[in-house]
Design a protein around this ligand. Structure first.
Ligand SMILES: NC(=O)c1ccc[n+]([C@@H]2O[C@H](COP(=O)([O-])OP(=O)(O)OC[C@H]3O[C@@H](n4cnc5c(N)ncnc54)[C@H](O)[C@@H]3O)[C@@H](O)[C@H]2O)c1
Length: 337
């Protein structure tokens, strides 16, 4: 047996690749389309929970067709980490060769998670937003609050205003300091009170909640208006009735996953009868929006199809540019001593 190696890519290696967000959007959209064509394998993710309110998820997927790929993300979510100066969401991505199963790469999973989640939301917005989307309200000025703003502007060039709120003024301050120079053609407007938050929602065509898991919802039907797209990144942040009584259209990344969360009690008022998927919308099987008056709600819990698609893209770019560290996995065929 010849020496077996794999490529190791740290977060900084991935950043050094300078991957355009357009490429991530493209990879995610194509993968979602393949999923809808029945070309993928996606077992429902499994988890362990070492502390209340935390998780470490195992997320495998296979993407078939042209440019096939397979891999698994092993990703932790520990909300209290923010008080320890550590990332809330972090972990690893493993990419496996489709012919041999051999490990081709191990890479940081934090960047992939942050960007692919925003990419799924942005692709959803591309197909489900009302025509003239000039303003978005984002609640939660963390990692997702930032990445969603960046990717939304790419799919919605007409976007003019982003309202931003958070439980902590310091989080809003650092958000504005970071985002205003990055996106000078968008006006960032902070809100601090409930009244200001309501005015922001009233003016917005898209509402994104990028808060952490909580026992209580923060969005209620009476806060919403028709003709919007609602994007709860954490489904429990929205009152159960927003899904069943207020929304006219429900769009998710994976029906099996949504049903698993339903069984887990994550949708307190149940779910609408018709569950549409982003992949079917991309493929033109169903419409992302029926009229300008509809309220469309999307509930994507995050699927490994998007992680594997982005992982594959990162691996190809790293191979082309010679970025990363080649590490040995094994050399000898005979291992019994
Ligand atoms: N669906 C997916 O695929 C997916 C993937 C990654 C993260 N997420 C979810 O996205 C959410 C945000 O993740 P993140 O990495 O940005 O976390 P983060 O900790 O970086 O940011 C969350 C921000 O929300 C603020 N916040 C919390 N509760 C709030 C409230 N009630 N009102 C206003 N602000 C509040 C916090 O102060 C913090 O600044 C999490 O719930 C996470 O589970 C979903």
């Amino acid at each position: 047996m010849s020496k077996v190696t794999f490529r190791y890519l740290s977060q900084e290696d991935i950043l050094a690749l300078n991957i355009p967000y357009e490429d991530v959007l493209d990879a995610v959209e194509k993968a979602m389309a393949k999923f809808s064509q029945g070309l993928c394998q996606l077992p429902v993710k499994v988890h362990v929970n070492s502390r209340p309110g935390t998780y470490v998820n195992a997320m495998p997927a296979y993407i078939g067709g042209e440019d096939e790929a397979q891999g698994m993300k092993w990703i932790a979510g520990y909300p209290a980490n923010r008080t320890k100066g550590l990332p809330v969401t972090w972990g690893l991505m493993v990419m496996n060769n489709c012919e041999t199963g051999g490990v081709e790469a191990i890479m940081d999973g934090r960047w992939i998670t942050a960007i692919r989640t925003a990419a799924v939301a942005a692709v959803t917005a591309k197909y489900c937003k009302p025509k003239n989307t000039e303003a978005i309200t984002i609640i939660g000025a963390g990692e997702q609050g930032r990445s969603n703003a960046r990717l939304m502007k790419i799919v919605i060039p007409e976007l003019k205003r982003i309202y931003i709120g958070d439980l902590y003024e310091a989080a809003i301050d650092s958000y504005l300091k970071k985002m205003r120079p990055l996106m000078p053609d968008v006006e960032f407007i902070p809100f601090y009170t409930e009244e200001e938050r309501q005015k922001a929602i009233d003016d917005s065509q898209i509402l994104i909640t990028a808060t952490q898991r909580s026992d209580k919802p923060i969005i209620f039907c009476e806060m919403l208006h028709k003709g919007m797209l609602g994007i709860p990144l954490e489904s429990t942040a929205w009152e159960g009735k927003t899904y069943t009584r207020f929304a006219d259209r429900f769009v998710c990344d994976d029906v099996n996953l949504v049903n698993a969360y339903l069984a887990d009690g994550k949708y307190t008022d149940g779910l609408p009868e018709e569950l549409l998927t982003l992949g079917d919308i991309i493929n033109g099987k169903v419409k992302g929006r029926g009229s300008e008056e509809e309220f469309v709600i999307t509930s994507s819990h995050g699927i490994a199809i998007s992680d594997v698609a982005v992982g594959q893209m990162i691996l190809k770019k790293a191979e082309e540019k010679g970025i990363g560290t080649i590490l040995p996995l094994m050399e000898e065929a005979d291992i019994i001593r």
